[in-house]
Design a protein around this ligand. Structure first.
Ligand code: DGL
Length: 266
């Protein structure tokens, strides 16, 4: 008898984590996925560590209660600020996005100089800098707080986003890091503007942690392969389900037929 499909829970403050789900579903197609977007409390990236940890634990426990047997923190901010608290607060294995992203960046960089862009909270935590330092890589971290609202607005290809990107990247690739050869997308929303970023910095390798995180999850699951039909995906959001469905399809690259509204009581 074939074993049941693994059930993997993922959460993010909004739609960004769908980029991780997209990568994961192509590496581990024979799993069931539950995705939780905490859209009512977005952004996490400008909030304190206490608040983000409180929100992240709510989301993580909800997914555990729904039967997830592994949790992917598909949010750099929550990983940077709350991974330890989430891991300690749950009984199921937890995977964050920062370690896999740092490893991919270290492998991709020839001169061991990397620029990391992320939310204010991720940058202030220096979680990437610490992870990269351990791998022998120097990094310059730059907060880009305008990117998340632009992406959530669906303005990935927009002249405003283009100009904002140019200003941020000029500031990021400066001084000793002018010749950095890797740009880490330290926020799960940023893969949506990858082509804009690459246009302004054509010579750098852009690393997004979604793919390396997907490989880390596959390694944790081991060789558990089932033949139980195609994987299922459930979606939940704490704010408008219609907006989540409409914009979420862009992030996920496939149709989202139903989104359930969830009200997490304080
Ligand atoms: N997607 C989140 C991240 O990866 C950021 C969005 C937010 O600020 O809530 O950090």
């Amino acid at each position: 008898m074939t074993p049941p499909r693994p059930c993997i829970g993922l959460f993010d403050s909004g739609l960004g984590g769908l980029t991780v789900l997209k990568a994961l579903a192509s590496v581990v197609p024979d799993a069931d996925y539950i995705y939780f977007g905490d859209t009512a409390r977005l952004p996490y990236g400008s909030k304190s560590a206490e608040t983000v940890t409180h929100y992240a634990l709510d989301a993580a426990r909800h997914l555990e209660q729904l039967g997830a047997e592994m949790l992917v923190v598909a949010c750099n901010t929550a990983t940077a600020l709350s991974l330890e608290a989430i891991t300690n607060g749950l009984r199921i294995p937890v995977v964050g996005v920062i370690e896999p992203g740092a490893q991919a960046a270290a492998q991709a960089s020839r001169n061991k100089k990397v620029v990391v862009i992320g939310t204010e909270a991720t940058v202030a935590s220096h979680a990437y800098q610490r992870a990269l330092k351990k791998l022998g890589v120097d990094s310059h971290e730059k907060a880009c707080p305008l990117f998340v609202p632009l992406v959530e607005e669906g303005w990935s290809e927009h002249s405003v986003t283009d100009q904002v990107a140019r200003i941020y990247l000029d500031e990021a690739f400066a001084g000793d890091f002018r010749d950095a050869d890797v740009l880490v997308l330290g926020c799960t929303h940023y893969p949506l503007i990858k082509s804009v970023l690459q246009r302004w910095e054509p010579r750098v390798t852009i690393v997004d942690s979604a793919e390396s995180t997907a490989r880390a999850v596959a390694a944790k699951l081991g060789t558990r392969v089932t033949k139980d039909g195609p994987s299922g995906m459930r979606f939940m959001a704490t704010d408008s389900v219609e907006k989540f469905r409409r914009l979420g399809e862009k992030f996920l690259g496939r149709q989202i037929s139903a989104v359930q509204h969830v009200d997490l009581k304080e």
